[in-house]
Ligand binder design. Structure first.
Ligand code: AMP
Length: 113
């Protein structure tokens, strides 16, 4: 099985700037931020994408979404923010470990590309 970069972050083998952690979830800054605040929220347990996570562990999916909201509060995004999960090739997913992007700190446009 090929190495999963986010599993390596969970294991502490790759450094990350962690903004929130719980027993089940980790939130850390994206290495290539697309907004002044760009945090990734992941389950510690590996799931390839949102559909896999919801199918196999819906309670954990709820914890990931809760952590995304908590991270937004911690980051002071009271002006608003966006939560995105890219899934599969058409969704533009590049890391196959489920994650939510929490983006904020500027006015975000819609629709995305
Ligand atoms: P996605 O393209 O939706 O799968 O998002 C993957 C995200 O992971 C991208 O925004 C990358 O910039 C980010 N990323 C990749 N490697 C790292 C890393 N080592 N630390 C933090 N963020 C990363």
């Amino acid at each position: 099985m090929s190495a999963c970069i986010f599993c390596e972050i969970v294991a502490g083998k790759i450094p990350a700037t962690v903004v929130l952690e719980t027993e089940h979830v980790l939130a850390f800054r994206d290495i290539s931020p697309q907004a002044p605040t760009h945090v990734l929220v992941i389950p510690r347990e590996h799931h390839d994408n949102l559909t896999s996570l919801v199918t196999h562990n819906p309670d954990l999916a709820a914890k990931v979404f809760t952590a995304a909201s908590d991270a937004a509060v911690l980051e002071g995004l009271e002006g608003g923010y966006r939560v995105v999960s890219n899934i599969g090739d058409d969704g533009g997913q590049t890391v196959d470990h489920m994650h939510l992007h929490v983006l904020g700190g500027r006015s975000l446009t819609w629709p995305p590309g």
